[in-house]
Design a protein around this ligand. Structure first.
Ligand code: DHB
Ligand code: FE
Length: 279
C-alpha cells in the first residue's frame, strides 16, 4: 500500500526562485535564508519520496478570475512551469502521477470534499519554489508530484478546519492506493505577509513563531483559527497558511518534528519551514 511518511511546510516567495535562478543564493541578503534548508536537502535525499502531494496556491497563472476552484487536483502526466510575466522559471517540467491522483480524486470526492479535476495546468512559483528549496537545481525533479491548488487568493478561502479535515481524507485516500509508494505531503505558502493596501509589508513574528511551534502538536487547535484572524494577525496573504493544515491533517496524530526554521525577511515575507515525520 502507499503510505504517507512525512510532511514538509515551506514558504514559496517568488524572489527566492529568482535568487536561485540568477545565482544569488550566496549573497549576504540570501545566504542565511538558504542555510535554513541545508538540513532539508540532505534529509530529502535520505527519505527518497516517490511522490509528493504538493499543496500550493496558484497566483492567477493557471486560473484567472474566470474560474476559481477552491480545491483543484492535477491529474495530468506533466505540468509546465508557468510564465509569470518574466518567462517561465528555468526549472524541470513537473511529472505527475495520474493514477494516484485519480485515485485520490475519487476517494476524496466520495468522502464529501469537492475537488476540481485538472487535466492540463501550468504551475507557478507556489509549487516550483518549494521544489527548488528542497531539491536545489537538478536536471530533472527526483520524484513525481501531484499538484493540489487551493484558492487563497480570491475571497472566500476555505477554512483552516476544512483544510485540516481534507488532509485526513487525503490520508485515507493514499492509504487505500494499492501500490507500494513512499508519499510525502507538502503544505506551502505563508508565513505572515501582506502585499497590498496600507498594511503592505506587514510581518508578525509572534504569530508566526507560535504557529510554527504548534503545527506538530496542536494541528487541531490551529484548525480552529478563523480566516479573519489570519487576515488580522498574519496579513491578507497570511491566509496561505491554511494550506499547511492540509499537510498536518494528512499526517498521523503523533509526529516527530525533525526541523524548524524561521527567517525574516525574504522579499515581503517571513519564511517558515518545518519537517515532520510520521511516527
Ligand atoms: C511575495 C510572497 C508571496 O507568497 C507571493 O505569492 C508573491 C510575492 C513576496 O513576498 O514578495
Ligand atoms: Fe503566495
Amino acid at each position: 500500500m502507499a503510505r504517507i511518511t512525512a510532511g514538509v511546510a515551506t514558504s514559496h516567495v517568488p524572489a527566492i526562485g529568482a535568487a536561485i535562478d540568477l545565482g544569488k543564493t550566496k549573497e549576504p541578503y540570501w545566504a542565511p535564508m538558504f542555510a535554513g534548508y541545508d538540513y532539508s536537502k540532505q534529509w530529502i535525499v535520505e527519505q527518497k519520496p516517490e511522490v509528493i502531494f504538493l499543496v500550493y496556491n496558484d497566483h492567477a497563472s493557471a486560473f484567472s478570475l474566470d474560474l476559481v476552484p477552491t480545491f483543484a487536483i492535477g491529474c495530468a502526466d506533466e505540468f509546465q512551469p508557468a510564465d509569470e510575466g518574466w518567462g517561465p522559471r528555468p526549472v524541470p517540467v513537473v511529472k505527475g502521477h495520474p493514477e494516484l491522483a485519480s485515485h485520490i480524486a475519487q476517494s476524496v470526492i466520495q468522502d464529501d470534499f469537492d475537488l476540481t479535476v485538472v487535466n492540463r495546468m501550468d504551475v507557478d512559483h507556489g509549487l516550483t519554489v518549494p521544489l527548488s528549496l528542497m531539491f536545489g537545481q537538478p536536471e530533472a525533479w527526483p520524484c513525481l508530484v501531484i499538484p493540489f491548488a487551493v484558492n487563497v487568493v480570491l475571497y472566500p478561502p476555505p477554512s483552516g478546519r476544512r483544510c485540516y479535515e481534507l488532509g485526513k481524507a487525503l490520508r485515507r485516500a493514499v492509504e487505500s492506493f494499492d501500490q507500494d509508494l513512499n508519499v510525502q505531503v507538502w503544505g506551502t505558502g505563508g508565513m505572515s505577509h501582506q502585499l497590498q493596501g496600507p498594511r503592505a509589508g506587514l510581518i508578525n513574528q509572534d504569530f508566526d513563531r507560535d504557529f510554527l511551534a504548534r503545527v506538530a502538536g496542536d494541528g487541531e487547535g490551529l484548525s480552529r483559527i478563523p480566516h479573519i484572524d489570519y487576515v488580522r494577525e498574519a496579513g491578507s496573504e497570511g491566509i496561505e497558511l491554511v494550506m499547511w493544515l492540509i499537510m498536518r491533517g494528512a499526517l498521523n496524530d503523533q509526529v516527530r518534528e525533525k526541523h524548524r526554521f524561521y527567517h525574516v525577511p525574504a522579499s515581503n515575507t517571513a519564511v517558515g519551514h518545518l519537517i515532520l515525520e510520521n511516527t
